[in-house]
Design a protein around this ligand. Structure first.
Ligand SMILES: Cc1ncc(COP(=O)(O)O)c(C=O)c1O
Length: 441
């Protein structure tokens, strides 16, 4: 099975050598060391374009793409979002800080969080265009701690200067993902408010003159069947009608559209299909409820950056234990905890022999002191030798943003690749970085 469609769109295997945007992966590994993360800008740009053109054809009112920063955020990525005019979903003040550093304007900063701290809320009120409120307590805290919000709103200052308030609905409906830990919309989830709580929150906003103008939900991450969105959209529209939103209201069915991680999952899910289901449901739904078409916000993270990212590891040792062949590499659960956390499946190619014939099943494990430090299990591969480089596709989302310093590991360098240019956008961490916060005895 061809693994190339898992890789960035500029990937080539001419002369049996893996290149991305014309850059040879072995030279980059030699220059920057391994583990190394490479992002292909053309793949990121193409993913945004796919969403935007689907929205332009399928949705007749205003619509925006919001990049979910939790997938992978740093200075360069925040700056990149503004080359496309994206909104950025920030979880708390840390991501707000990164977005601001990258020049994301206030009206494009949207703040999520299931239990926002006072610091998160303060940063949101100061810097964000929208706060997505997760629960009633949070709403009460906003009203208590920022009483200036309501008088400003009632004094007629436009909501542009204040964060809009959206309410996060728990639809009680999950999408199908590979693991329960990537579902968020099911009835017993920790996220969002039930329909009854949403109505209570809406009344609270009215009584306290909070600038409520939107509804959001997010059902899960990495799904490829969009149909469960329909019922959740219906529910969201019911609530919007009951609240009585005026023209110009906002509706966000979250993100979560999937990508292929393994050749078994090809072809890549089509963003147009996802947008079609959402657009048709909303267009049909508003007609029967005498609501105006909302400003539609899509909130993809993974599907904008996962395929663009490739992790490059070097093989340091090989062990044969019964039927198990362990390929021990210098990358593992500290840069990619997804297999350890919820059994995510991956595939890979060897950098210097991507067309090689598969001869045995191998498991790729990292150097860390955990048996669960495994990234790939039982994948057919060509013969591998100590010193070989492997390239793992679909590594752009929820790897580095969930990375750790376990065992004193230092987070890898990150390069942004374009034809004719390989830019170091994040240097490898050093031992000084590990000690930076320490004060000693
Ligand atoms: C509120 C919200 N929006 C968007 C996303 C992005 O999901 P994905 O990266 O799967 O598109 C998430 C991810 O968990 C989320 O919690």
């Amino acid at each position: 099975m061809n693994r190339l469609p898992l890789f960035p769109i500029t990937t080539k295997t001419d002369n049996n050598l893996l290149t991305i945007a014309g850059h040879d992966l072995s030279s980059m590994a030699a220059e920057y060391g391994t583990p190394l993360y490479l992002y292909d800008r053309a793949t990121m740009d193409a993913a945004v374009t796919a969403y935007k053109s689907a929205l332009a054809t399928r949705y007749p009112a205003s619509a925006s793409v919001t990049y979910a920063g939790k997938a992978f955020l740093n200075l360069a990525v925040a700056q990149w979002t503004q080359t496309h005019g994206l909104y950025v979903d920030c979880t708390g003040e840390g991501e707000i800080g990164m977005a601001l550093a990258g020049g994301v304007p206030r009206e494009h900063i949207l703040v999520h969080g299931v239990n926002k701290s006072n610091a998160d809320l303060t940063a949101a009120v100061k810097h964000a265009g929208t706060i997505v409120v997760d629960n009633l307590t949070e709403l009460e805290r906003i009203a208590d701690q920022f009483p200036t919000l309501a008088p400003h709103a009632s004094a007629g200052i436009t909501s542009y200067h204040l964060p809009n308030i959206w309410l996060r609905l728990l639809p009680g409906l999950a999408v199908e993902t590979h693991h329960a830990h990537t579902q968020t919309g099911q009835h017993d989830s920790k996220f969002g408010m039930t329909s009854a709580e949403i109505m209570e929150a809406a009344q609270f906003c009215k009584a306290n003159k909070l600038p409520l103008n939107g509804i959001h939900f997010h059902q899960g991450s990495n799904f490829r069947d969009a149909s469960p969105l329909k019922a959740a959209i219906e529910l969201g529209l019911d609530l919007a009608a009951e609240i009585g939103f005026a023209d110009g209201w906002h509706f966000s069915p979250g993100g979560g559209w999937g990508v292929a991680y393994h050749e078994d999952e090809l072809p890549q899910p089509d963003a147009d299909e996802y947008v079609r289901v959402i657009a048709e449901s909303i267009i049909g739904g508003v007609q029967t409820r005498r609501l105006s078409l909302p400003h539609l916000h899509l909130e993809p993270g993974r599907s904008l950056v996962a395929r663009a990212g490739v992790a490059v590891y070097r093989v340091g040792a090989i062990k044969r234990r019964g039927k198990k062949v362990w390929i021990l590499t210098d990358g593992g659960m500290t840069d990619n905890p997804r297999h350890a956390m919820y059994g995510a499946r991956y595939s890979c190619l060897t950098v210097s022999n991507p067309g090689g014939e598969n001869v045995e099943k191998v498991s790729i494990a990292g150097p860390y002191c955990e048996s669960g430090d495994v990234v790939i299990e039982d994948l057919p591969m060509p013969k591998l030798e100590v010193g070989d480089l492997i390239a793992i596709p679909a590594s752009g989302a929820y790897h580095l943003s969930m990375s750790s310093n376990y065992n004193g590991s230092r987070k890898p360098a990150v390069l942004l690749l374009e034809e004719g240019q390989a830019r170091l956008i994040q240097r490898r961490e050093t031992i000084e970085d590990l000690l930076r916060r320490d004060l000693g005895l």
